[in-house]
Design a protein around this ligand. Structure first.
Ligand code: NAG
Ligand code: NAG
Ligand code: NAG
Length: 449
């Protein structure tokens, strides 16, 4: 080693040995660390491995050409030609703690600043006229999305009656859980089944009738369906339904798949204004089964954690999907062209059903003001989460892709789950009465692990 040092430095002095050797050691250390990181990244991102990590975004198949990773993480501007990346990059850079340490501190939670940054990025990079052919080549639903991307404050058409959605009268404490369910005008049957089964409001006891429990509130989230497309105008029926149940929250935007993200940002805003004390939110689809008593117990347990006042700041649990690749198949419902977004999706909890804390909801409401809308709602929540430096937690009892083979057939199987997708309204009613019947036999089966 010493000889080698002398040779490299040209002269043989003990001083030089002391200077050169550490350099070489350092160089070797860096090289091996670099190699290690590279191997790690390969391990995480190689498409072949994605399935073993967890899951590939719906609609994608294993195909390396779908992945469009930045080649190096120090590449400042890997995806300049994708519309969303181009709009978002200057804003993320503005808040980069390395590039602009002061901005992060000064700008934190400043919604006027956030809004002006969004506006400015549209002004500088979002001119659709300049996109010309790229825009014309995008599929219709992306075009509809892109051309309304700057508008995110649609008026409320129907409001729930109670404080923070429908609840029971004379509640003695703030709600433990608000059920916020995405639905559409036409899905009356789904809403009715939910009201009769897992979505009942009022006091709900924990799993084994223990004294711990909590108050549940409920709200359905809707946009507007066009009477022409539906063949019938349901708005009057919806008004009546709202009068009877008081759990309808509707906004004045088209209820389209690519507008689901609007339900999130509008819901966060409404929640922040009306639900101050609510501990948790379940947000999910109207075709899922939820094991509400077990969920209550699970959430009570989270609150018992001595660190709860801290963990609640970031608390989100569900079926977490890691390193998903955007679908590049133009026949898929989830199709996102490369001209719109490049890169992997951040970790996100599947939108079929996810639970998060009221505290996190308010932080999401805030941060969303500096994250451009993205057409896929659960991915968008993931995009907001990484910008909060918060990470959704995976729980195997959230079966957003149903039970593994035949798993549903055992006596107690539904007692092991917190959520199962997807179930018809009739099936929900049937399952709920089954749950009641098997309650005594199955009360102590643990959740899936
Ligand atoms: C991957 O997808 C691209 C684009 O759809 C296609 O041209 C290519 O043949 C696919 N490759 C494999 C291995 O399936
Ligand atoms: C409820 O179940 C838990 C275990 O899941 C048990 O520790 C607890 O004692 C039970 N409570 C009652 C009242 O039976
Ligand atoms: C979302 O709603 C707005 C307002 O109704 C509408 O103009 C737009 O086309 C909708 N977006 C999509 C992707 O359909």
């Amino acid at each position: 080693m010493a000889r080698c040092c002398c040779y490299r430095c040209g002269r043989c002095h003990t001083v030089l040995i002391c200077v050169c050797c550490p350099c070489i050691f350092l160089a070797m250390l860096f090289a091996s660390a670099g190699f290690f990181v590279y191997m790690k990244m390969e391990a995480v991102f190689s498409a072949d491995d994605l399935e073993t990590i967890h899951f590939i975004a719906p609609g994608t198949i294993r195909n390396k050409s779908f992945a469009s990773l930045p080649a190096t993480f120090w590449d400042l501007n890997p995806h300049w030609d994708a519309y969303w990346n181009q709009l978002q990059l200057p804003i993320d850079r503005y808040f980069s703690p390395i590039l602009h340490p002061q901005n992060k501190k000064d700008g934190f939670g400043n919604s006027i600043l956030y809004e002006s940054l969004l506006k400015q990025s549209f002004f500088e990079y979002g001119d659709l006229a300049n996109m010309g052919k790229t825009f014309d080549k995008m599929p219709q639903q992306i075009q509809d999305f892109v051309s309304h991307m700057d508008k995110r404050d649609y008026p409320i058409l129907i409001q729930p009656d109670g404080v923070c959605g429908a609840g029971s009268k004379d509640e003695k404490e703030p709600p433990l859980l608000l059920l916020a369910i995405k639905t559409t005008e036409g899905n009356f049957k789904n809403r009715q089944a939910i009201r009769q089964t897992w979505g009942k409001v009022g006091w709900v006891a924990g799993q084994n009738g223990s004294s711990s429990g909590g108050y549940i509130h409920r709200v359905f989230l809707l946009g507007k369906e066009s009477g022409d497309e539906l063949g019938v105008d349901l708005s009057e029926l919806l008004e009546q339904e709202a009068n009877i149940y008081g759990d309808i929250l509707q906004w004045d935007f088209k209820d389209k798949f690519f507008n689901l993200t609007l339900k999130d940002v509008h819901f966060w805003s409404w929640f922040s204004g009306f639900c101050g004390q609510t501990r948790f939110i379940f947000k999910g689809d109207d075709d899922v089964f939820v094991n509400t008593p077990k969920l209550i117990t699970y959430l009570q347990d989270q609150l018992k954690n001595p660190q709860a006042h801290k963990t609640m700041m970031d608390f989100m649990v569900g079926d977490v999907i890691v390193a998903a690749i955007p679908s590049r198949m133009d026949t898929s419902k989830y199709y996102i062209p490369e001209s719109f977004y490049k890169g992997l999706y951040p970790a996100y909890a599947g939108g079929g059903g996810v639970v998060y804390s009221g505290l996190l909801c308010k932080r999401l409401h805030n941060i969303a003001k500096r994250v451009h809308l993205f057409p896929i709602d659960d991915v968008y929540v993931g995009m907001c989460m990484i910008r909060l430096n918060a990470h959704p937690v995976h729980h195997p009892a959230f079966l957003t892709f149903d039970f593994p083979e035949n798993g549903a057939n055992e006596l107690c199987s539904y007692h092991t789950a917190l959520l199962v997708h997807k179930r018809s309204p009739n099936k929900l009613v049937e399952l709920w009465s089954e749950m009641k019947k098997t309650q005594t036999q199955c009360w102590n089966v643990p959740l899936r692990e």
